[in-house]
Design a protein around this ligand. Structure first.
Ligand code: C2E
Ligand code: MG
Ligand code: MG
Length: 594
C-alpha cells in the first residue's frame, strides 16, 4: 500500500460517478491497494454520504444528471465538516475552462477520462499526503497558539502580581506609599475640577513603636503592625484607603468628605480604637497613635504636599503628648521652617565652634559652700544672639547633632577641670556635672568615647558627674542600666536630673546605680506658693536618703525656698539665689575665693 503507515487506519475515499462501470473499476482498484472505498452514483447521494461520514478524499465526476460535480463541490466547500476534504474531479471534458471551473469550485486536481489507473493512484496518494501534512500543520499551529495563549495568560498574571507587589506592602498587604500618593493625586484632581469636592488625609504614627520592636523583638513588632492594619480597615468605608506609608506609619484617605468634622470623627475613632492593648504571642502590647489630619484644598499642588502637612500635624500631636490627633494649620509650616533653619544654623555652629560652656555653682546647703558646678552649654548665634539650650537641644537630639555636641561639651569640661586643678592644687575635690542626652545613651561607643576623653585630658573620673534625665532612664531602662554600671566601674558619679517630672515609679530606683537625685525646678518653685508639691519634695528626699543617695534641689531662687529645703534635709542646691550659670572665668573667681 502506498504512502500510509500501518499504524494509521486506511484512508477513506468516496467515489462519485453516475456510470456504474466507472465506479466499479475505480472501487476495485482502490480497494485492492488498501483504501476503504464508498461509491455513490448521484450528486445528492454524494452530499449525504460526505456529510454523514466525511471521507479523507473524494473522486468526483463532473457530468451527472441531478447535481453536477461543480455544484456538489461548491456545496461541500460551504459546509464546515466537509470544507477541507480534497476533491479530485474526474471528467471527460478537456477544455481549459472546465478545468478552471473545477478549481474555482474548490477542487484540488483534475483527471481527464479515460484515466490511467497509475495516474489516479499517484494523484490520490499525493493529495492524501498533502492533506495529512495540512492536518499536522494545523495541529501544530493549534498547539502553538494554545501555548502562546497560555504563556500570555501566565505573563498577564505575573504582570498583575508584580504590579500588585509594587503597590502593596508585603507585611500588612495594605496599599503602600506609592499607591496612596497615586490615589491622593486622583482625589486632588477632582478637588481642582469640582467645586465643593473635598477629601481628608490622616497620617497615623504608632507611639513608642521602636521601643516595642526593640524590646519585644521584630516578630512582635510585625504582628502588631498587622493587627493595627486590620483594625484600621474596619474603621473606614469601602471607598476609602488605608495604607502603610512607612515603618510604623499608616495613612488614611477619606474620599470624599462632607466637612472637617467627618474627618475629625474618624481621627477620634482611630485614636480610641488604637489606644489599647494587642495580645501578641501571649504578651499584652500597649500602643497608642499620634494622628495628623489635613483637609484638601485646591491650592495644594501634589499629594506629597498634603502628606507633608498631615505629617506636620502628626508631629504636633506627638509633641503635645501623643495618643491624640491634631488638625493641620499653616502655623505648623512656620514652626517647621523655623526648625529647619535652626538645624542648618546648628550644623554651622558646630563647624564654627559657636558654643561655650557656662558653669552654675552647686552649693552644700548645710554650710552654703561651693561643692561643684553643673556645666551648661551656651550658643551665641552670630546674628540671632543667645539661643537657649531648651530651644536647640531638642533639635540637636532629633537630628543626631547632639552626639558631636555632647562629645565637644564633655571634652571641654574635662580640660577645664584639669586646668582648674592645676591652678588650685590645694583646693577641695571639686565635682562638675555634665548633662548627657538620651540620644547619647543610645550611642554604642559612648563608653569608648568617655574613656578616650578621660585618657586624653588625664582627668580623674572622681571629678566628673553625669546627669541623665529621669525620662531617658525610663525610655530605655535595660540599655541604660548596663551603661550606668559601666560608668560606675570607671568611678564616675551619676545624677538623675529633673527628678519628679518623668512619672517613674519610685520603687524601681534602687535598681539603678544612681548617686544623686536632682529635684526638678518645678517642685522647688512651689515652695511658698502651693502646699501640694511640698509632700513630694519631702518624700523624694526621704526616699533618696533611704536608698543612700544625695539630693540636689534645682532652681532655688529665694531665701524661703532655701530655708525650706534646709529644713527638709536636702543636701545640695543650685539656683539663681546663689548664682546663675557663669562663664568659666567667673566660675574660676569663685574657686579662687574658696
Ligand atoms: P537642666 O540640666 O535641668 O539644667 C538646669 C537648667 O535650669 C539650666 O537651664 C539652668 O540655667 C536653669 N536654672 C538654674 N537655676 C535656675 C533658677 O534658679 N531659676 C531658673 N528659672 N532656672 C534655673 P539651661 O542652661 O537653659 O539648660 C536647659 C536644659 O538644657 C538643661 O536642663 C539640660 O537639660 C539641657 N542642657 C544644657 N546644657 C546641656 C548640655 O551640654 N548637654 C545636654 N545634653 N543638655 C544640656
Ligand atoms: Mg542638668
Ligand atoms: Mg534639671
Amino acid at each position: 500500500m502506498i504512502n500510509f503507515d500501518a499504524s494509521q487506519p486506511p484512508a477513506n475515499i468516496l467515489i462519485v460517478d453516475d456510470k456504474p462501470t466507472n465506479l466499479r473499476v475505480l472501487s476495485t482498484m482502490l480497494t485492492k491497494v488498501g483504501y476503504k472505498v464508498r461509491a455513490v452514483t448521484t450528486g445528492r447521494m454524494a452530499l449525504m454520504a460526505a456529510k454523514n461520514q466525511p471521507p479523507d478524499l473524494i473522486l468526483l465526476d463532473v457530468k451527472m444528471p441531478d447535481l453536477d460535480g461543480y455544484e456538489v463541490c461548491q456545496q461541500l466547500k460551504n459546509i464546515p465538516e466537509t470544507a477541507a476534504i480534497p476533491i479530485i474531479f474526474l471528467s471527460a471534458l478537456q477544455d481549459v475552462e472546465d478545468k478552471i471551473k473545477a478549481f474555482e469550485a474548490g477542487g484540488v486536481d483534475y483527471i481527464i477520462k479515460p484515466f490511467q489507473f497509475q495516474e489516479v493512484l499517484a494523484r490520490v496518494s499525493i493529495h492524501l499526503t498533502l492533506q495529512k501534512a495540512r492536518y499536522q500543520l494545523q495541529a501544530l499551529n493549534n498547539q502553538l497558539e494554545k501555548q502562546v495563549e497560555e504563556q500570555t495568560a501566565d505573563l498577564a498574571e505575573i504582570k498583575q502580581q508584580l504590579l500588585h507587589d509594587a503597590l502593596h506592602d508585603s507585611l500588612t498587604k495594605l496599599p503602600n506609599r506609592s499607591l496612596f500618593l497615586e490615589r491622593v493625586n486622583s482625589a486632588l484632581k477632582r478637588v481642582q475640577e469640582e467645586d465643593d469636592y473635598a477629601f481628608a488625609v490622616l497620617v497615623i504614627d504608632l507611639d513608642r513603636f521602636k521601643m516595642i520592636n526593640d524590646s519585644g523583638g521584630h516578630t512582635v513588632g510585625d504582628l502588631l503592625l498587622i493587627g493595627v492594619s486590620r483594625t484600621l480597615e474596619t474603621l473606614i468605608s469601602l471607598a476609602d484607603t488605608v495604607a502603610r506609608i512607612g515603618g510604623d506609619e499608616f495613612a488614611i484617605l477619606l474620599d470624599p468628605i462632607r466637612d472637617v468634622n467627618e474627618a475629625l470623627k474618624v481621627a477620634e475613632q482611630v485614636k480610641q480604637t488604637l489606644t489599647t492593648s494587642f495580645l501578641i504571642e501571649e504578651q499584652e502590647i500597649f500602643t497608642s497613635p499620634s494622628i495628623g489630619v489635613t483637609i484638601s484644598m485646591p491650592s495644594y499642588n501634589s499629594a506629597a504636599e498634603i502628606l507633608r502637612d498631615a505629617n506636620l500635624a502628626m508631629g504636633e500631636a506627638k509633641d503635645k503628648g501623643r495618643a491624640r490627633y491634631e488638625l493641620f494649620n499653616p502655623q505648623m509650616h512656620r514652626q517647621a521652617l523655623k526648625l529647619i533653619t535652626l538645624e542648618r544654623d546648628l550644623r554651622y555652629a558646630i563647624d564654627k565652634q559657636e558654643f561655650d560652656i557656662y558653669y552654675q555653682p552647686i552649693m552644700d546647703l548645710n554650710n552654703i559652700k561651693l561643692v561643684g558646678f553643673e556645666a551648661l552649654i551656651r550658643w551665641q548665634h552670630p546674628h540671632k544672639g543667645f539661643i537657649s539650650p531648651g530651644e536647640f537641644i531638642p533639635v540637636a537630639e532629633e537630628t543626631g547633632l547632639i552626639i558631636s555636641i555632647g562629645k565637644m561639651v564633655l571634652e571641654k569640661v574635662c580640660y577645664q577641670i584639669e586646668t582648674w586643678k592645676k591652678k588650685f592644687p590645694n583646693g577641695k575635690l571639686l565635682k562638675v556635672a555634665v548633662n548627657l542626652s538620651s540620644q547619647q545613651l543610645k550611642e554604642e561607643n559612648l563608653i569608648e568615647e568617655i574613656d578616650n576623653i578621660l585618657k586624653k585630658t588625664g582627668l580623674n573620673p572622681h571629678n566628673l558627674k553625669v546627669e541623665i534625665t529621669e525620662t531617658s532612664l525610663i525610655e530605655n531602662s535595660i540599655i541604660t542600666s548596663q551603661l550606668l554600671r559601666q560608668l560606675k566601674e570607671r568611678n564616675l558619679e551619676i545624677s538623675l536630673d529633673d527628678f519628679g517630672t518623668g512619672y517613674s515609679s519610685l520603687s524601681y530606683l534602687h535598681r539603678f546605680p544612681v548617686d544623686t537625685l536632682k529635684i526638678d525646678r518645678s517642685f522647688v518653685n512651689c515652695i511658698g506658693k502651693t502646699e501640694e508639691n511640698l509632700k513630694i519634695i519631702q518624700s523624694i528626699i526621704t526616699l533618696a536618703h533611704n536608698l543612700g543617695m544625695e539630693v540636689v534641689a534645682e532652681g532655688i531662687e529665694t531665701q524661703e525656698q532655701l530655708v525650706y529645703l534646709q529644713k527638709s534635709h536636702c543636701d545640695f542646691g543650685q539656683g539663681y539665689f546663689f548664682d546663675r550659670p557663669l562663664p568659666s572665668k567667673e566660675a574660676e573667681k569663685l574657686l579662687e575665693d574658696n
